[in-house]
Design a protein around this ligand. Structure first.
Ligand SMILES: Nc1ncnc2c1ncn2[C@@H]1O[C@H](COP(=O)(O)O)[C@@H](O)[C@H]1OP(=O)(O)O
Ligand SMILES: [Mg+2]
Ligand SMILES: [Mg+2]
Ligand SMILES: [Mg+2]
Length: 327
């Protein structure tokens, strides 16, 4: 029996749209001196505000669903100045809300561990990109029996067309398992959007790959060498956040590499991959870890069983894994 997730899709899309409005308002007020001083207050305000709005929307629509989200309010409760700023931002969207209520909404996201049905949320993915004014994402997914079923991935700074400087920015990517992936304008009223597909390239040569902007998050050298072995000559598309999954899903890049740096031992978080993975899969692509294993969400909040990530357009995934020469 197939399950319809129409209501989950609608609620998730609406929630990430509202959170994106808050994040855009905060980002537009960032003073360049904040970046020089490395003051993280703006991204903190947007992070907490985004999580409060989305957790509340889920709480209202699906009161019994646990949420495993990245942030919790303990640090915020100790910083009244920042809490006031978060509350003021949330009030722009939900008037009259108090600081205490904002904290309680944030903590609705602290389910902590795996269950048969839960939501996972990264209220701002790519915080470094957010502060720089580059790419970031708001990533929400519903996981049922360990498998992502519904994804809403908002990319407020992503252009509709990467190669067109004048293209409008602000896209959301919506996917329901078994029902395709769609690109929806973040700022419009249309909820259905346009169906997207991965690139139809049958070989990786002459294709493009994307990896992290921040070199500490993924081994840039290894990605480049692997790309060369595959005949890729184009420069990588380096960007922050799960926007990388989105550009593979809509065919702007053939491959996304997230490769562990030698000597480091980082365990990926579920909220950094659940939404992006489903969008790529429903657009026709394939997502595994660097060993070719499927991502295992049953050890939430961590992907303890996986190492790194490889996403492709789905036409030559094994060839890409072979070229990584992991063993
Ligand atoms: N050492 C690391 N290796 C891989 N990913 C990391 C590492 N440190 C942090 N991250 C996470 O990578 C994500 C963004 O990476 P990118 O934008 O390069 O794709 C963030 O969710 C970030 O977590 P956090 O949100 O806690 O900063
Ligand atoms: Mg993240
Ligand atoms: Mg985050
Ligand atoms: Mg973080």
């Amino acid at each position: 029996m197939s399950t319809s997730y129409d209501r989950e899709r609608e609620v998730a899309l609406h929630a990430v749209r509202k959170a994106a409005t808050l994040c855009q308002a905060v980002q537009s007020q960032i003073d360049p001196s904040v970046i020089e001083k490395e003051d993280r207050t703006p991204v903190t305000v947007a992070d907490f505000g985004s999580q409060a709005l989305i957790c509340n929307a889920l709480r209202e629509a699906f009161p019994d669903d646990p949420i495993i989200a990245e942030e919790d309010s303990s640090a915020l409760r100790k910083n009244q100045g920042v809490l006031l700023q978060v509350t003021q931002q949330v009030q722009q969207i939900r008037s009259g809300v108090t600081p205490n209520t904002v904290c309680s909404w944030i903590d609705k996201g602290n389910a902590g561990e795996y269950s048969d049905r839960f939501w996972t949320l990264d209220p701002i993915d790519g915080t470094k990109g957010f502060v720089r004014g580059d790419q970031y994402a708001i990533a929400l997914a519903l996981v049922v029996d360990g498998v992502p079923q519904v994804a809403a991935l908002a990319c407020p700074n992503l252009p509709a067309d990467l190669d067109d400087d004048d293209a409008p920015t602000g896209q959301a990517f919506i996917a329901v398992r078994g029902d395709g992936a769609y690109q929806v304008s973040l700022n419009g009223e249309d909820d259905s959007g346009t169906r997207i597909h991965t690139s139809d390239a049958e070989t990786p040569a002459n294709g493009r790959f994307t990896d992290s902007f921040v070199s500490a998050h993924s081994a840039h050298d290894m990605a480049k060498e692997t790309g060369q072995r595959l005949g890729i000559t184009a420069d990588p598309i380096r960007m922050d956040s799960q926007a990388k999954y989105a550009i593979v899903a809509r065919g702007d890049a053939e491959i996304y590499f997230r490769l562990p740096r030698p000597g480091t031992n980082y365990t990926e978080k579920i909220w950094d991959h659940a939404a992006g993975m489903l969008v790529v899969e429903m657009a026709g692509g394939t997502v595994t870890d660097v060993n070719g294993d499927p991502l295992d969400f049953t050890h939430a909040p961590l992907l303890t069983e996986n190492t790194g990530i490889v996403a492709t357009n789905g036409h030559f995934h094994d060839q890409v894994l072979d070229a990584l020469e992991m063993d």
